[in-house]
Write a protein that binds this ligand. Structure first.
Ligand SMILES: [Zn+2]
Length: 229
């Protein structure tokens, strides 16, 4: 029995544990009751629930190790984005179109802030998560890291902004030049850190997402991607 005895897999335990830090992210934006748990192996679906309330696409990673490893083997594209409903669907559509990959080949992770993480323990957790994914996704070709303007609720929370307002550091106007510049800097910093976990041949893109238009009836938003150099 000794040879067959399963050893405690610290790497996988660590991976699962790292997700837990993000499980309460809806409280960052006061949306505890508006969760759309998102399986990272599926596209984000409708941006509103049946009552017309917007929901947030927080990734919940579930399943045992063999199942998760089997799915990771198939992925060619990985995206990390904010759970903000205004950006998730449109960004996914863009990625699918640009990469020309099927749903099984795209892993789409949504957490508060996306690639912009101010608390250090969250940066560490993301490094763990993306590192595990990277080591177990031999076919991975491309990574999309993103953050967004027009008030990221997570960033507003970390910078102690008033409800609905931009943090003072990000200027007076949502989507304005100061917010674009500062969020761009934060995304750049996040990208530099996260990039390190991927093999050199994996292409890492960094997108600052801006909001152009919200069509409430069509439940669609139009976004612009500002690709960071
Ligand atoms: Zn956000």
């Amino acid at each position: 029995m000794t040879d067959m005895e399963p050893r405690r897999d610290e790497e996988f335990e660590n991976f699962l544990q790292s997700w837990k830090i993000f499980s309460g992210d809806l409280s960052l934006v006061g949306a505890e009751d508006r969760l759309k748990p998102q399986d990272p192996f599926s596209p984000p679906d409708d941006a509103m629930d049946i009552d017309g309330e917007h929901t947030y696409h927080l990734t919940i990673m579930e399943g045992g190790k063999p199942e998760i490893i089997a799915k990771l083997k198939q992925i060619k594209v990985l995206a990390l984005t904010c759970m903000d409903w205004r950006f998730a669907n449109s960004y996914y559509d863009h990625i699918q179109e640009e990469s020309a990959r099927s749903q099984d080949e795209i892993l789409f992770v949504g957490v508060g802030g996306g690639a912009v993480q101010l608390p250090e323990e969250r940066q560490e957790a993301l490094l763990n998560i993306l590192g595990f994914i990277s080591r177990n996704a031999p076919e991975l070709e491309k990574v999309y890291l993103s953050g967004h303007t027009h008030r990221c609720g997570a960033v507003a929370h970390w910078l102690h902004a008033e409800k609905g307002e931009l943090p003072k550091e990000l200027g007076p106007q949502k989507g304005g030049v100061v917010e674009i510049e500062k969020m761009g800097d934060m995304l750049k910093a996040g990208t530099e850190k996260l990039k390190a976990v991927f093999r050199p041949e994996v292409l890492v893109e960094s997108d600052l997402l801006s909001l152009d238009r919200i069509d409430e009836r069509g439940r669609k938003t139009t976004i612009t991607l500002n690709r960071l150099p």
